[in-house]
Design a binder for this molecule. Structure first.
Ligand code: C2E
Ligand code: CA
Ligand code: CA
Length: 773
């Protein structure tokens, strides 16, 4: 019997339910049940005992049932019954939980009850008590029939081998209909994590709580308690529970009731009903109905086919837990697992392996300015390109955000660098994302190893460290890990937390570098350059902390402090006659430009200081346009609309084409220092480029500022080629604000003589020591 098929026990119960739904009086019910039990279990004897009375039995001639023996067997005092014609029969007893003192027992000559037979007897006892209770408490015959119908529908869907989720949904839908509550949840223990319950089917759980309730610790909520304590749990004050599920408590759940779901006699989950209705109290019959229901769920789980299906479902969930939902790539956990195995392989065979840690450059800018949808599209497209650029046997994983990792099995140093180059090249082409064309670069850290001396986590961390180096070296490149890099990462982490404190405590000051007007020799503008007065380290150079501030987003708060201060200071200087037309340039990082807040920040800085908008120049770098010209242009236009002027900083070092210049509302080009430095050597490529840039600017009628002018020779050559303004140590280093008026006056006095055109003397940039007179 027991081996007649995996659905055998549930079929038996389906049949039993159909049978008992037709009878109403307790005596006939009990009779049907013992008949059914003896048949289903092939037992010589079956009996129902209530307290000290045998109320129904089969297997004995009429009126000759040995009451005392049966009662003793039901109490557990007798394991074997001597039956005429059957010999020694082994006894199996099940409590009818809902009805105190009621027990169902069978006895058969070839004992050895299987697990499934034992649960069938429990299920049969359950059906009996449920039918008895419902005949007593559920007065309405129709209601009782609904209950039984629901149960047989569930049994039916199990017997017909419906997909597991359908069976489970039939259960929760059935419970919802029977109890009439709006919320029902069926939870099962996560086999991979026995302290956690998975919500495998539910009705009426609000959308915003599905994530929160999909995995809950055993013991949480009524469902968690029922599973933990293996008993019925009822409350009409949900929030007063020892450990309510926080989201549900906030959602206004008042009353809830849960029963354990068992497998092989042990609790493996729970079935919960709940409501927000005030004053809801669960009656004994409702408690009974839910208990009966859960017993059927238990039987469904005991069914071999269903268990298998459940395991498959869990495997699927496991796949999900090891892969990234967006790209479908392995996630960090799976990557580390593969890496650990590759290390073992490497150890055994002495073959090398390599890990690449890849982080997109300025992804945050794309994400913040074009939205998460475009950001997600970009990440998927990047994932595709990286995978295509590598061999099929390499593992590409997404670690989170815009971080990816690559495991190159059996790859030596050379092969690894070739692979890193291939990845970088694959990302070079712009990404066509429908509405936007986006450029994105990547920084890659590379580490190779042989054997298993280093842990998988350590290898990945080393590659991560090298990646940071690649960022610091200017992005869009790979850097090979060296041991010395490790403590630099630690320093970086320290610097980040110090930087946050610095923003809070306003440890920044702004210095100003004069910009000289070539025609008049006057200082008509300055560039605001931030300085960090570190409490321990003294003045820290922006080159050290600006890149980190950009990566961490700290630049947004920092930049707005600089902007406000520069506007305030310049407005104040403009009150001096000599500086009445002074303007100021403030650097904006790409990250700041992506910030929707920027426009309001600029406006506030202007109105707060009274500085006219035309006296403010905002410097942006080309990298901004490289990413997405269309949205960058839109942002710059709205800034322009405030009346400020815009400059392209470090012009000529970016990757963009010159074509964008005509599309952007730019007023000033700042010729990068490297071109100016090149002018020292006659005929150098950089020197020639400077002339080209200046000619281009002239043709577009743009103002030009040459950066990093360090010698008189450079200054003269630049002016000869039409450069209108000059900035550099040759004139002045950036200076503290209290020094600026004097420095400007000295410069003006010195330069306005203009004979010879520009002074030669220079001593360490100390302008006061410079004298043309
Ligand atoms: P930048 O915008 O290109 O600023 C010019 C840098 O060149 C300044 O370095 C300046 O001191 C330096 N410099 C000026 N003349 C000469 C010269 O003749 N020779 C040489 N070798 N260098 C010269 P600083 O102040 O260290 O700033 C470095 C970078 O940090 C700036 O480059 C800018 O990109 C960034 N930065 C500074 N302040 C801010 C800020 O408030 N916000 C943002 N986003 N970035 C800032
Ligand atoms: Ca600048
Ligand atoms: Ca610059």
């Amino acid at each position: 019997m027991a081996d007649a098929g995996p659905c055998w026990s549930t079929q038996q119960l389906t049949e039993l339910l159909a049978t008992v739904s037709e009878v109403t009086d307790p005596a006939s019910l009990q009779r049907r049940v013992v008949e059914h039990a003896s048949e289903a279990l092939d037992a010589e004897v079956a009996a129902v005992v209530e307290h000290d009375q045998v109320v129904a039995s089969v297997g004995f001639p009429r009126g000759q049932a040995p009451s005392e023996l049966l009662l003793a067997a039901a109490e557990g005092h007798l394991q074997v019954l001597q039956v005429e014609g059957g010999g020694a029969c082994e006894v199996l007893v099940a409590d009818c939980d809902g009805v105190p003192g009621l027990r169902l027992l069978v006895a058969r000559s070839d004992g050895g009850y299987s697990q499934e037979e034992r649960s069938l007897l429990r299920g049969t006892a359950r059906v009996l008590s449920m039918a008895l209770v419902s005949s007593r408490t559920v007065d309405d015959l129709r209601e009782r029939q609904t209950l039984l119908e629901r149960l047989s529908r569930i049994q039916g869907s199990i017997s017909s081998r419906a997909p597991l989720h359908e069976v489970l949904d039939t259960i929760t839908a059935g419970a919802a209909e029977l109890i009439g509550d709006d919320i029902v949840g069926l939870r099962l223990v996560d086999p991979a994590e026995p302290e956690t319950l998975l919500l495998v089917s539910s009705v009426g759980v609000p959308a915003h709580l599905t994530a929160e309730s999909s995995r809950t610790p055993l013991g949480w909520g009524v469902g968690g308690r029922a599973a933990l304590l293996d008993m019925l749990v009822v409350t009409d004050a949900y929030t007063a529970l020892a450990a309510p599920i926080p989201g549900f408590a906030e959602d206004g759940i008042r009353s809830a009731m849960a029963v354990p779901v068992r497998q092989g006699g042990r609790p493996v989950g729970s079935l919960t009903v709940a409501t927000r209705r005030a004053g809801r109290v669960y009656s004994a019959s409702e408690q009974e109905v839910l208990t009966a229901f859960a017993e059927h769920v238990s039987l469904a789980l005991n069914d071999a086919q269903t268990v298998e299906a459940l395991q498959r479902a869990v495997q699927e969930a496991t796949h999900q837990s090891l892969h990234d939902g967006l790209t479908g790539l392995p996630n960090r956990a799976l990557f580390l697992d593969r890496l650990a195995r590759a290390r073992e392989h490497s150890d055994r065979h002495g073959t090398p392996l390599a890990v690449l840690f890849l982080d997109l450059d300025d992804f945050k800018v794309v994400n913040d300015s074009l939205g998460h949808l475009v950001g997600d599209q970009l990440l998927s497209a990047v994932a595709d390109r990286v995978v295509t650029a590598l061999r099929g046997c390499d593992t590409v994983a997404r670690l989170g955000g815009d971080e990816f990792a690559v495991l190159l099995g059996e790859a030596d140093h050379n092969e690894a660098t070739v692979a890193a180059d291939r990845v970088l090249m694959a990302l070079e082409e712009p990404f066509d994302l429908g509405t936007h064309t986006v450029h994105v670069g990547a920084s890659i850290g590379l580490v190779t190893a042989v054997g298993a001396q280093v842990l998988a986590e350590e290898l990945l961390r080393d590659a991560d460290v090298a990646m940071y180096r690649a960022k610091a070296d200017g992005k869009r490149r790979y850097v090979v890990f060296e041991a010395g890099m490790r403590h630099r990462l630690q320093a970086r982490t320290e610097l980040e937390s110090e930087l946050r404190v610095a923003v809070e405590q306003h440890q920044f000051t702004v210095h100003y570098q004069p910009v000289v007007d070539a025609a008049s020799g006057r200082v008509t503008s300055t560039e605001a350059l931030v300085r960090w007065n570190h409490p321990r380290r003294g003045t820290v150079s922006p080159a050290e902390f600006i890149p980190l501030a950009e990566d961490t987003g700290i630049i947004v708060a920092l930049g707005s402090q600089v902007l406000r201060e520069a506007c305030r200071q310049t407005a104040q200087w403009r009150l001096l006659p000599a500086l009445h037309d002074l303007t100021v340039s403030v650097n904006l990082s790409p990250r700041q430009l992506a910030e929707p807040q920027l426009l309001a920040d600029v406006e506030a800085a202007l109105t707060g200081s009274g500085l006219p908008a035309r006296a403010l120049v905002l410097e942006v770098t080309e990298s901004l346009f490289v990413q997405d010209l269309t949205s960058a242009a839109a942002r710059l236009h709205s800034l322009k609309a405030l009346g400020v002027r815009l400059a392209v900083d470090d012009f000529g070092t970016g990757y963009s084409s010159l074509a964008y210049l005509s599309r952007l509302p730019v007023d000033v080009l700042k010729v990068d220092r490297s071109f100016v430095a090149g002018m020292a050597e006659t005929g150098s490529a950089e020197g020639k480029l400077a002339s080209v840039v200046l000619a281009l600017a002239a043709s577009l009628e743009l103002d030009t500022v040459a950066e990093g002018v360090e010698t008189r020779h450079q200054a003269e050559a630049l002016v000869a080629q039409g450069c209108t303004r000059l900035q550099g140590y040759h004139f002045s280093r950036p200076v503290a604000p209290d020094l600026l008026p004097q420095v400007a006056a000295d410069l003006c006095a010195r330069l306005s003589l203009r004979v010879p055109a520009i002074p030669i003397a220079r001593s360490d940039g100390d302008v006061s020591a410079v004298s043309a007179r």
